[in-house]
Ligand binder design. Sequence first.
Ligand code: CMC
Length: 430
Amino acid sequence: MTDRKATLTFDNKTLELPIHSPTVGPDVIDIRKLYAQGDVFTHDPGFTSTSACESTITFIDGDKGELLHRGYPIDQLASKSHYLEVCYLLLYGELPTAAEMEKFENTITRHTMLHEQMTYFYRGFRRDAHPMAIIVGVMGAMSAFYHDSTDISDPRQREIATHRLIAKMPTIVAWAFKYSIGQPFVYPRNDLDYAANFLNMCFSVPAEDYEVSPVLARAMDRIFTLHADHEQNASTSTVRLASSSGANPFACIAAGAACLWGPAHGGANQACLEMLRKIGTVDKIPEYIARAKDKDDPFRLMGFGHRVYKNFDPRAKVMKESADEVLDLLGIHDNPTLQVAKELERQALEDPYFAEKKLFPNVDFYSGIILEAMGFPTSMFTPIFALSRTVGWISQWKEQLSDPAHKIGRPRQLYTGHPFRDYVEVEDRG
Ligand code: CMC
Protein backbone atom coordinates (compact mmCIF):
# COMPACT_ATOMS: atom_id res chain seq x y z
CA MET A 1 0.00 0.00 0.00
CA THR A 2 1.26 3.52 -0.78
CA ASP A 3 0.10 7.09 -0.20
CA ARG A 4 -0.15 7.71 -3.93
CA LYS A 5 -3.52 8.75 -5.29
CA ALA A 6 -5.13 8.84 -8.71
CA THR A 7 -7.23 11.91 -9.48
CA LEU A 8 -10.48 11.42 -11.36
CA THR A 9 -12.16 14.53 -12.72
CA PHE A 10 -15.60 14.52 -14.34
CA ASP A 11 -18.50 16.97 -14.44
CA ASN A 12 -17.66 19.35 -11.59
CA LYS A 13 -16.18 16.73 -9.35
CA THR A 14 -12.64 15.75 -8.52
CA LEU A 15 -12.05 12.52 -6.62
CA GLU A 16 -8.85 11.22 -5.09
CA LEU A 17 -8.57 7.46 -5.38
CA PRO A 18 -5.93 5.47 -3.43
CA ILE A 19 -3.38 3.47 -5.46
CA HIS A 20 -2.20 0.12 -4.10
CA SER A 21 1.04 -1.49 -5.23
CA PRO A 22 1.23 -5.28 -5.43
CA THR A 23 4.49 -7.20 -4.85
CA VAL A 24 4.60 -7.76 -8.63
CA GLY A 25 2.27 -6.67 -11.42
CA PRO A 26 0.45 -3.45 -12.24
CA ASP A 27 -0.72 -0.99 -9.59
CA VAL A 28 -4.38 -1.04 -8.62
CA ILE A 29 -6.64 1.99 -8.26
CA ASP A 30 -9.03 1.49 -5.37
CA ILE A 31 -12.50 2.56 -6.49
CA ARG A 32 -14.47 1.25 -3.52
CA LYS A 33 -15.57 4.76 -2.49
CA LEU A 34 -16.33 5.87 -6.05
CA TYR A 35 -20.10 5.48 -5.88
CA ALA A 36 -20.40 6.97 -2.40
CA GLN A 37 -18.28 10.01 -3.30
CA GLY A 38 -18.92 10.42 -7.03
CA ASP A 39 -22.34 8.82 -7.63
CA VAL A 40 -20.94 6.84 -10.58
CA PHE A 41 -20.07 3.20 -11.27
CA THR A 42 -17.26 1.78 -13.38
CA HIS A 43 -18.14 -0.44 -16.33
CA ASP A 44 -15.94 -3.44 -17.12
CA PRO A 45 -17.78 -6.46 -18.58
CA GLY A 46 -15.52 -9.50 -18.47
CA PHE A 47 -13.40 -7.87 -15.73
CA THR A 48 -10.64 -7.03 -18.21
CA SER A 49 -9.23 -4.27 -15.96
CA THR A 50 -10.78 -5.03 -12.60
CA SER A 51 -9.18 -6.63 -9.57
CA ALA A 52 -11.89 -8.22 -7.43
CA CYS A 53 -9.80 -9.40 -4.47
CA GLU A 54 -6.41 -9.34 -2.77
CA SER A 55 -4.55 -12.64 -3.11
CA THR A 56 -1.16 -14.15 -2.26
CA ILE A 57 -1.59 -17.48 -4.03
CA THR A 58 -0.86 -17.27 -7.75
CA PHE A 59 0.58 -14.63 -10.04
CA ILE A 60 0.64 -14.55 -13.84
CA ASP A 61 2.82 -12.21 -15.88
CA GLY A 62 1.07 -12.46 -19.23
CA ASP A 63 3.76 -10.59 -21.17
CA LYS A 64 6.61 -12.70 -19.84
CA GLY A 65 4.60 -15.94 -20.00
CA GLU A 66 5.23 -16.55 -16.31
CA LEU A 67 3.04 -18.42 -13.85
CA LEU A 68 4.04 -18.40 -10.18
CA HIS A 69 2.45 -20.35 -7.33
CA ARG A 70 3.39 -18.67 -4.05
CA GLY A 71 6.36 -17.27 -6.00
CA TYR A 72 7.59 -20.56 -7.48
CA PRO A 73 7.52 -20.83 -11.31
CA ILE A 74 5.31 -23.53 -12.80
CA ASP A 75 8.07 -25.09 -14.92
CA GLN A 76 10.16 -25.74 -11.77
CA LEU A 77 7.16 -27.14 -9.94
CA ALA A 78 6.23 -29.34 -12.94
CA SER A 79 9.73 -30.79 -13.21
CA LYS A 80 10.86 -30.93 -9.55
CA SER A 81 7.73 -31.14 -7.43
CA HIS A 82 4.59 -33.27 -7.54
CA TYR A 83 0.89 -32.56 -7.37
CA LEU A 84 0.25 -33.14 -3.66
CA GLU A 85 3.25 -31.00 -2.74
CA VAL A 86 1.87 -28.23 -4.99
CA CYS A 87 -1.51 -28.68 -3.28
CA TYR A 88 0.18 -28.13 0.08
CA LEU A 89 1.99 -25.08 -1.26
CA LEU A 90 -1.20 -23.54 -2.64
CA LEU A 91 -3.19 -24.27 0.51
CA TYR A 92 -0.66 -23.30 3.17
CA GLY A 93 1.69 -20.86 1.43
CA GLU A 94 5.02 -22.66 1.84
CA LEU A 95 6.65 -25.85 0.58
CA PRO A 96 6.20 -28.54 3.24
CA THR A 97 8.97 -30.10 5.30
CA ALA A 98 9.32 -33.86 4.86
CA ALA A 99 7.25 -34.45 8.01
CA GLU A 100 4.52 -32.02 6.94
CA MET A 101 4.37 -33.68 3.52
CA GLU A 102 4.06 -37.13 4.99
CA LYS A 103 1.25 -36.02 7.29
CA PHE A 104 -0.60 -34.26 4.46
CA GLU A 105 -0.26 -37.25 2.10
CA ASN A 106 -1.50 -39.53 4.83
CA THR A 107 -4.53 -37.36 5.49
CA ILE A 108 -5.44 -37.14 1.80
CA THR A 109 -4.98 -40.88 1.28
CA ARG A 110 -7.30 -41.62 4.18
CA HIS A 111 -10.18 -39.55 2.83
CA THR A 112 -10.37 -41.00 -0.69
CA MET A 113 -13.40 -43.25 -0.20
CA LEU A 114 -16.86 -41.94 -0.97
CA HIS A 115 -19.86 -42.48 1.28
CA GLU A 116 -21.20 -45.83 0.04
CA GLN A 117 -24.68 -44.40 -0.45
CA MET A 118 -23.23 -42.16 -3.14
CA THR A 119 -23.11 -45.16 -5.49
CA TYR A 120 -26.93 -44.94 -5.62
CA PHE A 121 -26.69 -41.27 -6.43
CA TYR A 122 -24.52 -42.12 -9.47
CA ARG A 123 -27.05 -44.71 -10.56
CA GLY A 124 -29.70 -42.02 -10.84
CA PHE A 125 -27.91 -40.55 -13.86
CA ARG A 126 -28.37 -41.73 -17.43
CA ARG A 127 -25.41 -43.78 -18.63
CA ASP A 128 -24.91 -41.43 -21.57
CA ALA A 129 -24.68 -38.32 -19.37
CA HIS A 130 -21.53 -36.25 -19.88
CA PRO A 131 -19.19 -37.05 -16.95
CA MET A 132 -19.07 -33.32 -16.12
CA ALA A 133 -22.85 -33.35 -15.59
CA ILE A 134 -22.42 -36.22 -13.12
CA ILE A 135 -19.41 -34.61 -11.42
CA VAL A 136 -21.12 -31.25 -10.90
CA GLY A 137 -24.08 -33.10 -9.37
CA VAL A 138 -21.97 -35.35 -7.14
CA MET A 139 -19.78 -32.47 -5.94
CA GLY A 140 -22.85 -30.46 -5.00
CA ALA A 141 -24.35 -33.55 -3.33
CA MET A 142 -21.35 -33.84 -1.02
CA SER A 143 -23.01 -31.24 1.19
CA ALA A 144 -25.86 -33.73 1.61
CA PHE A 145 -23.45 -36.50 2.66
CA TYR A 146 -20.85 -34.66 4.75
CA HIS A 147 -22.85 -32.38 7.06
CA ASP A 148 -20.02 -32.24 9.55
CA SER A 149 -17.85 -30.10 7.28
CA THR A 150 -20.24 -27.46 5.98
CA ASP A 151 -20.02 -24.90 8.80
CA ILE A 152 -17.71 -22.29 7.28
CA SER A 153 -17.32 -20.43 10.57
CA ASP A 154 -15.50 -23.44 12.09
CA PRO A 155 -11.81 -23.60 10.99
CA ARG A 156 -11.67 -27.36 11.71
CA GLN A 157 -14.68 -28.02 9.47
CA ARG A 158 -13.13 -25.86 6.73
CA GLU A 159 -9.97 -27.97 6.98
CA ILE A 160 -11.88 -31.25 6.81
CA ALA A 161 -13.87 -30.06 3.78
CA THR A 162 -10.58 -29.07 2.12
CA HIS A 163 -9.05 -32.51 2.67
CA ARG A 164 -12.22 -34.29 1.62
CA LEU A 165 -12.51 -32.41 -1.65
CA ILE A 166 -8.89 -32.98 -2.70
CA ALA A 167 -8.98 -36.61 -1.59
CA LYS A 168 -12.34 -37.56 -3.07
CA MET A 169 -12.17 -35.79 -6.43
CA PRO A 170 -10.17 -38.60 -8.12
CA THR A 171 -12.78 -41.10 -6.90
CA ILE A 172 -15.68 -38.87 -8.01
CA VAL A 173 -14.17 -38.36 -11.48
CA ALA A 174 -13.07 -41.99 -11.97
CA TRP A 175 -16.53 -43.22 -10.95
CA ALA A 176 -18.23 -40.84 -13.39
CA PHE A 177 -16.03 -42.43 -16.08
CA LYS A 178 -16.73 -46.01 -14.95
CA TYR A 179 -20.45 -45.29 -14.80
CA SER A 180 -20.46 -43.86 -18.33
CA ILE A 181 -18.80 -46.99 -19.76
CA GLY A 182 -20.88 -49.43 -17.75
CA GLN A 183 -18.02 -50.87 -15.70
CA PRO A 184 -18.07 -51.47 -11.93
CA PHE A 185 -16.71 -48.76 -9.66
CA VAL A 186 -13.14 -49.42 -8.55
CA TYR A 187 -12.43 -48.43 -4.94
CA PRO A 188 -9.42 -46.25 -4.08
CA ARG A 189 -6.18 -47.92 -2.99
CA ASN A 190 -4.14 -46.38 -0.20
CA ASP A 191 -0.89 -48.03 -1.34
CA LEU A 192 -0.84 -46.02 -4.58
CA ASP A 193 0.12 -42.38 -4.95
CA TYR A 194 -2.48 -39.78 -5.92
CA ALA A 195 -2.08 -40.02 -9.72
CA ALA A 196 -1.52 -43.80 -9.81
CA ASN A 197 -4.61 -44.35 -7.67
CA PHE A 198 -6.65 -42.25 -10.11
CA LEU A 199 -5.39 -44.23 -13.11
CA ASN A 200 -6.11 -47.47 -11.29
CA MET A 201 -9.68 -46.40 -10.50
CA CYS A 202 -10.18 -45.46 -14.16
CA PHE A 203 -8.56 -48.38 -15.94
CA SER A 204 -8.50 -51.45 -13.73
CA VAL A 205 -11.34 -53.99 -13.84
CA PRO A 206 -12.12 -56.78 -11.36
CA ALA A 207 -11.54 -59.46 -14.01
CA GLU A 208 -7.78 -59.06 -14.31
CA ASP A 209 -4.69 -57.49 -12.76
CA TYR A 210 -3.79 -53.99 -13.80
CA GLU A 211 -0.43 -52.43 -13.13
CA VAL A 212 -0.13 -48.66 -13.31
CA SER A 213 2.84 -47.56 -15.40
CA PRO A 214 4.99 -45.25 -13.24
CA VAL A 215 5.79 -43.12 -16.29
CA LEU A 216 2.11 -42.64 -17.08
CA ALA A 217 1.42 -41.90 -13.41
CA ARG A 218 4.15 -39.25 -13.53
CA ALA A 219 2.63 -37.76 -16.71
CA MET A 220 -0.81 -37.76 -15.06
CA ASP A 221 0.65 -36.08 -11.98
CA ARG A 222 2.22 -33.42 -14.20
CA ILE A 223 -1.12 -32.73 -15.90
CA PHE A 224 -2.68 -32.29 -12.45
CA THR A 225 0.16 -29.96 -11.42
CA LEU A 226 -0.08 -27.81 -14.55
CA HIS A 227 -3.79 -27.22 -13.95
CA ALA A 228 -3.68 -26.76 -10.17
CA ASP A 229 -4.42 -23.03 -10.00
CA HIS A 230 -4.56 -20.02 -12.28
CA GLU A 231 -5.44 -16.99 -10.16
CA GLN A 232 -8.80 -15.25 -10.76
CA ASN A 233 -10.04 -17.17 -13.84
CA ALA A 234 -13.77 -17.63 -14.54
CA SER A 235 -14.32 -20.78 -12.45
CA THR A 236 -12.25 -19.50 -9.51
CA SER A 237 -14.12 -16.21 -9.58
CA THR A 238 -17.35 -18.23 -9.64
CA VAL A 239 -16.21 -20.10 -6.51
CA ARG A 240 -15.38 -16.80 -4.80
CA LEU A 241 -18.71 -15.23 -5.79
CA ALA A 242 -20.67 -18.29 -4.62
CA SER A 243 -18.72 -18.34 -1.37
CA SER A 244 -19.25 -14.61 -0.78
CA SER A 245 -22.84 -15.36 0.26
CA GLY A 246 -21.64 -17.84 2.89
CA ALA A 247 -22.55 -20.94 0.84
CA ASN A 248 -21.00 -24.23 1.97
CA PRO A 249 -17.69 -25.37 0.39
CA PHE A 250 -19.16 -28.25 -1.63
CA ALA A 251 -21.80 -25.98 -3.19
CA CYS A 252 -19.12 -23.38 -4.05
CA ILE A 253 -16.75 -25.90 -5.65
CA ALA A 254 -19.62 -27.45 -7.62
CA ALA A 255 -20.42 -23.95 -8.94
CA GLY A 256 -16.79 -23.58 -10.03
CA ALA A 257 -16.88 -26.93 -11.82
CA ALA A 258 -20.07 -25.94 -13.65
CA CYS A 259 -18.37 -22.79 -14.90
CA LEU A 260 -15.24 -24.69 -15.90
CA TRP A 261 -17.26 -26.91 -18.23
CA GLY A 262 -17.75 -24.14 -20.83
CA PRO A 263 -15.72 -24.42 -24.08
CA ALA A 264 -14.05 -21.03 -23.56
CA HIS A 265 -12.59 -22.35 -20.28
CA GLY A 266 -11.99 -25.96 -19.17
CA GLY A 267 -14.15 -27.37 -21.95
CA ALA A 268 -11.54 -26.19 -24.45
CA ASN A 269 -9.39 -29.34 -24.10
CA GLN A 270 -12.24 -31.53 -25.35
CA ALA A 271 -13.14 -29.00 -28.06
CA CYS A 272 -9.48 -28.76 -29.10
CA LEU A 273 -8.97 -32.48 -29.63
CA GLU A 274 -12.26 -32.72 -31.51
CA MET A 275 -11.08 -29.84 -33.70
CA LEU A 276 -7.69 -31.48 -34.36
CA ARG A 277 -9.43 -34.73 -35.30
CA LYS A 278 -11.82 -32.84 -37.59
CA ILE A 279 -8.92 -31.14 -39.33
CA GLY A 280 -7.55 -34.65 -39.72
CA THR A 281 -4.63 -34.07 -42.08
CA VAL A 282 -2.06 -31.31 -42.38
CA ASP A 283 -3.23 -30.26 -45.85
CA LYS A 284 -6.55 -29.08 -44.30
CA ILE A 285 -4.83 -26.70 -41.87
CA PRO A 286 -4.84 -23.57 -44.08
CA GLU A 287 -8.62 -23.91 -44.52
CA TYR A 288 -9.14 -23.90 -40.73
CA ILE A 289 -6.70 -21.05 -40.17
CA ALA A 290 -8.62 -19.02 -42.75
CA ARG A 291 -11.87 -19.81 -40.95
CA ALA A 292 -10.41 -18.75 -37.58
CA LYS A 293 -9.43 -15.39 -39.11
CA ASP A 294 -12.79 -14.82 -40.79
CA LYS A 295 -14.85 -12.31 -38.78
CA ASP A 296 -18.08 -13.76 -40.21
CA ASP A 297 -17.24 -17.29 -39.11
CA PRO A 298 -17.73 -18.07 -35.40
CA PHE A 299 -15.00 -20.76 -35.58
CA ARG A 300 -11.99 -20.19 -33.32
CA LEU A 301 -8.84 -22.23 -33.00
CA MET A 302 -9.52 -24.11 -29.79
CA GLY A 303 -6.53 -24.32 -27.46
CA PHE A 304 -5.34 -20.95 -28.79
CA GLY A 305 -5.42 -17.56 -27.10
CA HIS A 306 -5.68 -16.48 -23.50
CA ARG A 307 -7.04 -13.49 -21.63
CA VAL A 308 -3.82 -13.00 -19.68
CA TYR A 309 -0.94 -14.68 -21.57
CA LYS A 310 0.20 -12.49 -24.44
CA ASN A 311 3.53 -14.14 -25.19
CA PHE A 312 3.26 -17.82 -24.41
CA ASP A 313 1.49 -20.06 -21.92
CA PRO A 314 4.27 -21.68 -19.84
CA ARG A 315 1.98 -24.64 -19.16
CA ALA A 316 1.66 -25.32 -22.91
CA LYS A 317 5.44 -25.59 -23.22
CA VAL A 318 5.66 -28.31 -20.55
CA MET A 319 2.56 -30.02 -21.95
CA LYS A 320 4.09 -30.21 -25.44
CA GLU A 321 7.23 -31.89 -24.03
CA SER A 322 5.05 -34.29 -22.05
CA ALA A 323 3.06 -35.19 -25.17
CA ASP A 324 6.26 -36.26 -26.94
CA GLU A 325 7.42 -38.26 -23.89
CA VAL A 326 4.11 -40.06 -23.32
CA LEU A 327 3.58 -40.98 -26.96
CA ASP A 328 7.13 -42.21 -27.15
CA LEU A 329 6.66 -44.33 -24.05
CA LEU A 330 3.48 -45.83 -25.43
CA GLY A 331 5.24 -46.55 -28.70
CA ILE A 332 2.85 -44.28 -30.59
CA HIS A 333 4.90 -42.87 -33.44
CA ASP A 334 3.51 -40.68 -36.20
CA ASN A 335 0.36 -39.89 -34.24
CA PRO A 336 -1.75 -38.00 -36.83
CA THR A 337 -3.39 -35.72 -34.22
CA LEU A 338 0.00 -34.69 -32.80
CA GLN A 339 1.27 -34.05 -36.33
CA VAL A 340 -1.73 -31.84 -37.08
CA ALA A 341 -1.29 -30.03 -33.74
CA LYS A 342 2.40 -29.28 -34.30
CA GLU A 343 1.87 -28.14 -37.88
CA LEU A 344 -1.17 -26.04 -36.91
CA GLU A 345 0.88 -24.38 -34.18
CA ARG A 346 3.72 -23.70 -36.63
CA GLN A 347 1.48 -22.21 -39.32
CA ALA A 348 -0.59 -20.14 -36.88
CA LEU A 349 2.49 -18.68 -35.20
CA GLU A 350 3.82 -17.59 -38.59
CA ASP A 351 0.53 -15.94 -39.51
CA PRO A 352 0.37 -12.15 -38.87
CA TYR A 353 -3.25 -12.43 -37.59
CA PHE A 354 -2.22 -14.57 -34.63
CA ALA A 355 0.99 -12.60 -34.02
CA GLU A 356 -0.85 -9.24 -33.98
CA LYS A 357 -3.54 -10.50 -31.63
CA LYS A 358 -0.91 -12.27 -29.50
CA LEU A 359 -2.59 -15.66 -29.80
CA PHE A 360 -0.49 -18.66 -28.74
CA PRO A 361 -1.25 -22.28 -27.84
CA ASN A 362 -2.60 -22.52 -24.32
CA VAL A 363 -2.52 -25.40 -21.82
CA ASP A 364 -5.40 -27.15 -23.59
CA PHE A 365 -3.66 -27.42 -26.94
CA TYR A 366 -1.52 -30.49 -26.16
CA SER A 367 -3.17 -31.92 -23.03
CA GLY A 368 -5.88 -33.76 -24.98
CA ILE A 369 -3.29 -35.60 -27.06
CA ILE A 370 -1.67 -36.97 -23.91
CA LEU A 371 -4.97 -37.88 -22.29
CA GLU A 372 -6.20 -39.62 -25.43
CA ALA A 373 -2.96 -41.60 -25.64
CA MET A 374 -3.48 -42.68 -22.04
CA GLY A 375 -6.87 -44.10 -22.98
CA PHE A 376 -9.26 -41.35 -21.89
CA PRO A 377 -12.19 -40.41 -24.12
CA THR A 378 -12.55 -36.68 -24.90
CA SER A 379 -15.48 -36.39 -22.47
CA MET A 380 -13.03 -37.07 -19.61
CA PHE A 381 -10.68 -34.19 -20.44
CA THR A 382 -12.65 -31.47 -18.66
CA PRO A 383 -13.34 -33.70 -15.62
CA ILE A 384 -9.56 -34.21 -15.27
CA PHE A 385 -9.10 -30.43 -15.43
CA ALA A 386 -11.79 -30.09 -12.71
CA LEU A 387 -10.03 -32.67 -10.54
CA SER A 388 -6.72 -30.80 -10.87
CA ARG A 389 -8.21 -27.34 -10.30
CA THR A 390 -10.14 -28.34 -7.17
CA VAL A 391 -7.13 -27.44 -5.01
CA GLY A 392 -6.93 -24.00 -6.62
CA TRP A 393 -10.61 -23.38 -6.00
CA ILE A 394 -10.32 -24.45 -2.36
CA SER A 395 -7.15 -22.43 -1.76
CA GLN A 396 -8.86 -19.32 -3.08
CA TRP A 397 -12.02 -20.11 -1.11
CA LYS A 398 -10.01 -20.49 2.11
CA GLU A 399 -8.12 -17.27 1.43
CA GLN A 400 -11.34 -15.36 0.81
CA LEU A 401 -12.92 -16.57 4.05
CA SER A 402 -9.91 -15.47 6.06
CA ASP A 403 -9.83 -12.01 4.44
CA PRO A 404 -11.45 -9.51 6.87
CA ALA A 405 -12.30 -7.24 3.90
CA HIS A 406 -14.39 -9.85 2.10
CA LYS A 407 -18.07 -9.13 1.55
CA ILE A 408 -20.86 -10.46 -0.62
CA GLY A 409 -20.09 -9.99 -4.31
CA ARG A 410 -22.65 -7.76 -5.94
CA PRO A 411 -21.69 -6.23 -9.30
CA ARG A 412 -23.43 -3.11 -10.57
CA GLN A 413 -24.75 -2.65 -14.08
CA LEU A 414 -25.16 -0.17 -16.89
CA TYR A 415 -28.93 -0.33 -17.23
CA THR A 416 -30.18 0.35 -20.77
CA GLY A 417 -33.75 -0.96 -20.43
CA HIS A 418 -36.98 1.00 -20.08
CA PRO A 419 -37.19 3.65 -17.39
CA PHE A 420 -40.28 3.59 -15.11
CA ARG A 421 -43.59 2.92 -16.87
CA ASP A 422 -47.08 2.03 -15.65
CA TYR A 423 -48.60 -1.43 -16.09
CA VAL A 424 -51.01 -1.65 -19.06
CA GLU A 425 -54.15 -3.80 -18.80
CA VAL A 426 -54.28 -6.56 -21.45
CA GLU A 427 -57.29 -5.05 -23.25
CA ASP A 428 -55.46 -1.74 -23.61
CA ARG A 429 -52.29 -3.23 -25.17
CA GLY A 430 -51.89 -2.34 -28.85
N1 CMC B 1 -8.96 -18.19 -32.66
C1 CMC B 1 -9.12 -17.13 -33.47
N2 CMC B 1 -9.22 -15.84 -33.04
C2 CMC B 1 -9.15 -15.63 -31.72
C3 CMC B 1 -8.98 -16.70 -30.81
C4 CMC B 1 -8.88 -18.00 -31.32
N3 CMC B 1 -8.71 -19.04 -30.51
N4 CMC B 1 -8.94 -16.21 -29.55
C5 CMC B 1 -9.10 -14.88 -29.66
N5 CMC B 1 -9.23 -14.53 -30.97
C6 CMC B 1 -9.37 -13.16 -31.50
C7 CMC B 1 -10.77 -12.65 -31.27
O1 CMC B 1 -11.62 -12.90 -32.40
C8 CMC B 1 -10.54 -11.18 -31.05
O2 CMC B 1 -10.37 -10.57 -32.33
P1 CMC B 1 -10.86 -9.03 -32.53
O3 CMC B 1 -10.01 -8.21 -31.61
O4 CMC B 1 -10.59 -8.79 -33.97
O5 CMC B 1 -12.32 -9.01 -32.18
C9 CMC B 1 -9.19 -11.12 -30.34
O6 CMC B 1 -8.50 -12.32 -30.71
C10 CMC B 1 -9.30 -11.06 -28.82
O7 CMC B 1 -10.17 -12.12 -28.40
P2 CMC B 1 -11.16 -12.02 -27.16
O8 CMC B 1 -12.22 -13.07 -27.31
O9 CMC B 1 -11.60 -10.60 -26.98
O10 CMC B 1 -10.16 -12.40 -26.00
P3 CMC B 1 -10.56 -12.91 -24.56
O11 CMC B 1 -9.44 -12.55 -23.68
O12 CMC B 1 -11.92 -12.42 -24.18
O13 CMC B 1 -10.69 -14.49 -24.74
C11 CMC B 1 -10.19 -16.79 -24.81
C12 CMC B 1 -9.72 -15.41 -24.35
C13 CMC B 1 -9.29 -17.87 -24.18
C14 CMC B 1 -11.63 -17.05 -24.31
C15 CMC B 1 -10.13 -16.87 -26.35
O14 CMC B 1 -8.82 -16.68 -26.80
C16 CMC B 1 -10.71 -18.17 -26.91
O15 CMC B 1 -11.93 -18.26 -27.10
N6 CMC B 1 -9.84 -19.20 -27.16
C17 CMC B 1 -10.30 -20.49 -27.59
C18 CMC B 1 -10.82 -21.29 -26.39
C19 CMC B 1 -9.69 -21.77 -25.51
O16 CMC B 1 -8.70 -22.34 -25.98
N7 CMC B 1 -9.88 -21.60 -24.18
C20 CMC B 1 -8.93 -22.11 -23.19
C21 CMC B 1 -8.28 -21.02 -22.39
S1 CMC B 1 -6.86 -21.61 -21.43
C22 CMC B 1 -7.51 -22.76 -20.30
C23 CMC B 1 -8.47 -22.15 -19.34
O17 CMC B 1 -8.16 -21.15 -18.71
O18 CMC B 1 -9.54 -22.72 -19.16
